[in-house]
Design a protein. Structure first.
Length: 364
């Protein structure tokens, strides 16, 4: 055991909120449980902001309007003979741009919650073989894209052991099947009665959350238009639209019986108080849903990692995939609180403290 105060750099990318939220969960755990310096960084820090804005706008536009194009790009990128050459070029350029930052920060370990920073640090370590940096990749999906597999990765933290065959383990490399890290607010105990009292929900009313509309990727109007007038009397829809003010306004006007919230920090409380969630199949969303014991309906999963996540969760009995409003209605009518509680272990709620402990052990 050493008295050195370790410096931990946790790097993400703002492509969807899940990667950044996983980084936040780990940062909070390190700060709470260990005496170390923790820095949050992003792969987008290494190039001009206007380029990042263009990349993000293009990414979300493709997902929303031409998801088939994203599917083609995802599959091409996941083919070993496909885009790995492009990945290596991007990683080498970004590693060059990150050089002065990494020399200044001098991290003992870099934890990557997105494949791009994992690749950057891999390229940096290859170029600077005297740099004693531990690289730990925290994969935030129930699948793994080939761009995650990088030379020089010391440890992979994976959502489930179904991913073991996807990684050709290198000498000295460690694999941990600890799950996807969620923030402590999702793991803490709540009084369901007090939460429902706070939100004005009756004990005998089933609450169905709709979430994922922040980027407009969950078609809430389509879902509500097909099921809102057919639901049981003792059920209530609650839509959380994030920063999408236009969607919030439209829902309030078109569906006065639906409770609508914009951006809120109380997501853990909403999820602990509800019974059902209709959302997308992002890895963080799935982990939070399983941790809070909600019945999980995945609506029209996007091509790529979402489809893979959805299929894994469906095969594990942790979620239902709905492709039409009628599928949603059927899932709603068959929901079970008891079964949802049995699925909690699949979410591995203690992933954040388990990962933090393993990283500290690697440093010691």
């Amino acid at each position: 055991m050493t008295n050195k105060k370790y410096k931990i750099l946790i790097m993400s990318a703002p492509i969807g909120s899940g990667h950044a939220l996983a980084a936040e969960a780990l940062k909070d755990e390190f700060k709470k449980s260990y005496d170390c310096d923790v820095i949050l960084g992003s792969a987008f820090d290494f190039f001009p902001k206007f380029i990042g804005k263009i990349v993000l706008k293009s990414y979300f536009s493709v997902l929303k309007y031409v998801p088939g194009l994203y599917e083609i790009a995802y599959k091409w990128g996941n083919n070993p003979s496909g885009s790995l050459w492009l990945r290596n070029i991007i990683n080498n350029i970004l590693a060059y741009l990150a050089d002065s930052y990494l020399r200044k920060v001098k991290p003992d370990v870099v934890i990557a919650t997105h494949a791009t920073p994992a690749g950057i640090i891999s390229a940096y370590k290859k170029k600077h073989q005297d740099a004693k940096i531990i690289l730990a990749s925290v994969v935030t999906d129930f699948t793994i894209h080939k761009w995650w597999i990088c030379e020089g990765t010391d440890a992979y933290f994976l959502a489930a052991d179904n991913l073991k065959p996807e990684i050709q383990k290198q000498q000295g490399q460690k694999l941990f099947f600890y799950g996807i890290p969620v923030r402590s607010a999702f793991r803490q105990e709540y009084s369901r009665y007090e939460l429902r009292k706070k939100f004005g929900w009756q004990d005998d009313t089933a609450i169905c959350l709709l979430m994922g509309g922040g980027e407009g990727l969950l078609p809430m109007k389509e879902i509500l238009g097909g099921v809102s007038w057919k639901i049981p009397l003792k059920m209530r829809f609650v839509a959380i639209t994030g920063r999408n003010k236009e969607l919030a306004s439209e829902l309030k006007n078109q569906y006065p019986d639906v409770e609508v919230y914009g951006f809120t920090e109380a997501i853990p409380e909403f999820m602990h108080a509800a019974d059902i969630i209709i959302s997308k199949a992002g890895g963080l969303t799935a982990a939070e849903t399983l941790t809070t014991c909600l019945n999980y309906i995945i609506y029209k999963p996007l091509p790529g990692q979402e489809e893979a996540n959805a299929e894994y969760l469906k095969s594990s009995g942790a979620a239902v995939i709905a492709k039409t409003p009628n599928d949603v209605l059927l899932a709603i009518n068959n929901y079970s609180i008891a079964k949802a509680k049995q699925r909690q272990k699949l979410g591995k709620p203690e992933a954040a403290p388990d990962i933090a402990k393993a990283v500290i052990n690697m440093l010691n």
